[in-house]
Design a protein around this ligand. Structure first.
Ligand code: FAD
Length: 413
């Protein structure tokens, strides 16, 4: 049994792993190293209730500080891990101290992807933002004021959540999305169209199949005044008081890379969360893992995914390795709509929808007669059944699936 466990990354996965190890009775030294100054917190509210001002900072924290003390977890916040010295098994942190480990767990998450336009230094611009951390929201909030013109680059889930908050706060919002429809990588056209209509009804405008080709900056060089977008119809300038770039994230793999571990769209791990060095594990958004459900490798970006992966790593460290068979799931909140998604729809051959009112829709993605993924909007009761359909792989009758008069559970054959 290992005596020293060091976890890098005090986020959703790192915090879950540390507390799970203690809950399962592991009593060795346990250090959680995080480069942010806040105690481990949940990110999902950052683009929802926290940005809206309805969720306090304290409510973001995953556990009260006392829990880490009670569990004897050494929390080293504001501490960046710099290198892994694999031969002596030591983690070197920014102040030069070396933390010995028997098992090291990388739970380093990711960072917001940047625009990278030639000649534009994004760090100098006081009204161009990304949103990944508490600090990002705190920097952004003072400019999130009614009447301000917000250009939001990226129509993914996080971008749409921010658009919803901004519209609710009275900003004038235009979303620029490179694909021809919203959420094109992860949902079918029915869901894309439904969400577009919802946002439009709140005054949000869209430029689809549009890419940012330039940003206009004022004479101080510190403020963006507009965004130039390129569409099939030519170039268009969108005036902006602030710009938010929500074009996804990049996994933090630098430590793993420099230590010579296998990295390929994330830190490559096996089904037990072990990297190419058996004494180093990787979990959460930074890890590229085999998925029994998907039958291929995936790198998930989801809070439940991070929690599930932490539990896999805990089992491995405790000598009882157990791979996860769970289908990934995810949720989003836009206006008063709750969206719940299960499974991965890529490669499906048919989408069946069960429509309801203007504010509810369920979309089921089928391969043959099996539901491989589902998006459930505004029907939480259907979500539990949708998860069972995806997880069980039971064949369904597509006609019954589409008929909202028939209880969803009776769609299974
Ligand atoms: P993170 O939570 O990112 O934690 C990683 C931590 O490691 C960070 O604190 C990072 O600073 C730290 N770190 C990195 N490198 C080092 C280093 N060298 N030294 C020390 N520390 C380091 N998921 C959902 O399921 N539903 C949602 O509605 C949802 N909404 C989201 C909204 C936003 C705005 C964002 C950003 C994410 C959202 N997610 C959502 C995704 C979810 O938050 C992530 O999947 C989850 O946080 C991943 O957990 P993690 O521990 O892997 O990474």
């Amino acid at each position: 049994m290992p005596e020293h466990i060091v976890v890098v990354g005090a986020g959703q996965a790192g915090s879950e792993l540390a507390t799970t190890l203690r809950q399962r009775g592991w009593s060795g030294d346990l250090t959680l190293v995080g480069d942010e100054s806040s105690p481990p917190y949940q990110r999902p509210p950052l683009s929802k209730g926290f940005l809206l001002g309805k969720v306090s900072r304290e409510r973001l924290y995953l556990k009260p500080a006392a829990t880490y003390e009670r569990f004897d977890i050494a929390l080293r916040l504001g501490t960046r891990a710099e290198t892994i010295d694999r031969a002596p098994k030591e983690l070197v942190v920014r102040d030069g101290s070396r933390l010995p480990y028997d098992k090291l767990v990388l739970a380093t998450g990711g960072r917001a992807r940047r625009l990278t336009l030639p000649g534009i230094d994004e760090d100098r611009l006081g009204n161009l933002f990304t949103l990944r951390r508490i600090d990002d929201v705190e920097a952004l909030r003072p400019q999130f004021l009614p009447g301000r013109r917000l250009v939001l680059v990226g129509g993914g889930y996080v971008g749409l959540e921010i658009a919803a908050v901004a519209a609710q706060l009275g900003l004038d919002v235009t979303v620029v999305e490179a694909a021809e429809r919203l959420l094109a990588r992860v949902t079918g056209p029915e869901v894309s169209g439904f969400l577009k209509d919802v946002h439009r009804s709140h005054g949000v405008r869209f430029r689809l199949a549009a890419t940012v080709s330039d940003v206009a900056v004022d004479t101080s060089g510190r403020r963006v005044t507009g965004v130039e977008v390129s569409t099939s119809g030519g170039l268009e300038r969108l005036d902006a008081d602030l710009v938010l770039v929500g074009i996804g994230m990049e996994p933090n793999t630098h430590l793993a890379d420099a230590a010579g571990l296998d990295v390929d769209n994330g830190i490559v791990v096996d089904e037990f969360a072990r990297t190419s060095d058996p004494d180093i594990l990787a979990i959460g958004d930074c890890a590229n893992q085999p998925s029994a459900y998907a039958g291929r490798r995936v790198r998930l970006e989801s809070a439940p995914g991070a929690i599930e992966h932490a539990k896999v790593a805990a089992a491995t460290i405790l000598g009882r390795p157990q791979a996860s068979t769970a289908a990934p799931w995810f949720w989003s909140q836009q206006y008063d709509l709750k969206l719940q998604m299960v499974g991965l729809s890529a490669g499906h051959d048919r989408c069946v929808t069960r429509s309801g009112t203007d504010t509810t829709l369920s979309a089921f993605y089928l391969t043959g007669d099996r539901v491989v993924a589902a998006d459930v909007i505004g029907r939480p009761a259907d979500f539990a059944t949708a998860r069972q359909l995806v997880t069980s792989g039971r064949p369904v009758d597509p006609e019954r699936l589409a008929d909202s008069e028939i209880p969803l559970a009776r769609a299974a054959l």
